[in-house]
Design a protein around this ligand. Structure first.
Ligand code: ADP
Ligand code: MG
Length: 214
């Protein structure tokens, strides 16, 4: 099935074409329609299976189609375990936001806090962040997520291995409301902490498990 059969916004399809992608990967084919009907999602699949687009595309679709729930809050938050990973995700995101009105920011550790504070005060719609630095800004009230529409955890297992459970729990509480959709990605689900986190974060999630993971 080609991407064009997924009922995505034409602007998103154009970006996908620009990347030279014709067909969704197995994981994208399962995940995108489920997220588009509003389901929470938990995915386990190995590296290289195309998880980034599996969340970026339906996230962008929701942001383009729905009105913001509030004026002051971020609309989507993508968390990744390391600066490098967050930067890679942000680079992919930029391809999709570039021909839309959606604004975005990258918020990772090791960079100037006050500069980031200024960026956050411009109220970007989508934030890609590492959990530690994001919580610093949340506590500093540079950013508000009470009306967050999408919370996405990329490489949740690695975030837990790096000791981010406390930050993830705090973020989950700060964005706790009925209309929030939550997507969680992990290389494996044979991880007690990952399952525990999923119970706390996800509502009746659609599960996609492809391959054995690693
Ligand atoms: P994962 O997060 O599962 O490790 P990525 O999202 O990083 O996987 O994607 C792995 C590679 O596959 C990237 O180079 C990405 O650009 C490419 N890719 C993703 N989706 C497709 C697709 N539908 N068709 C072709 N290549 C794709
Ligand atoms: Mg990935």
């Amino acid at each position: 099935m080609p991407f064009k059969d997924l009922s995505l916004d034409p602007r998103l399809l154009r970006s996908v074409q620009h990347l030279g992608f014709v067909k969704p990967t197995e994981i994208q084919l399962e995940a995108i329609p489920a997220v588009m009907v509003g389901r929470d999602l938990i995915v386990s699949s190995k590296t290289g299976s195309g998880k980034t687009l599996a969340y970026l595309l339906p996230m962008m679709q929701r942001l383009l189609k729905s009105r913001p729930l509030t004026k002051q809050d971020a609309r989507a938050l993508i968390l990744a375990p390391t600066r490098e990973l967050a930067k890679q995700v942000y680079a992919q995101l930029r391809l999709f936001v570039s021909n839309t009105p959606i604004t975005s920011a990258l918020i990772v550790g090791g960079e100037n806090f006050n500069d980031q504070d200024k960026i956050l005060k411009r109220k970007p719609d989508v934030i890609v962040a590492t959990p530690g630095r994001f919580v610093d800004h949340l506590e500093h009230k540079s950013v508000f997520i009470n009306g967050l529409e999408m919370l996405i955890l990329d490489e949740a297992d690695r975030m837990l291995d790096l000791g981010f459970l406390e930050q993830l729990t705090l973020i989950n509480k700060a964005a706790d409301h009925r209309l929030r959709q939550t997507l969680m990605f992990s290389a494996t689900l044979d991880h007690a902490q990952v399952n525990q986190l999923a119970l706390g974060l996800l509502k009746n999630p659609f599960r996609v498990a492809i391959g054995a993971g690693y």
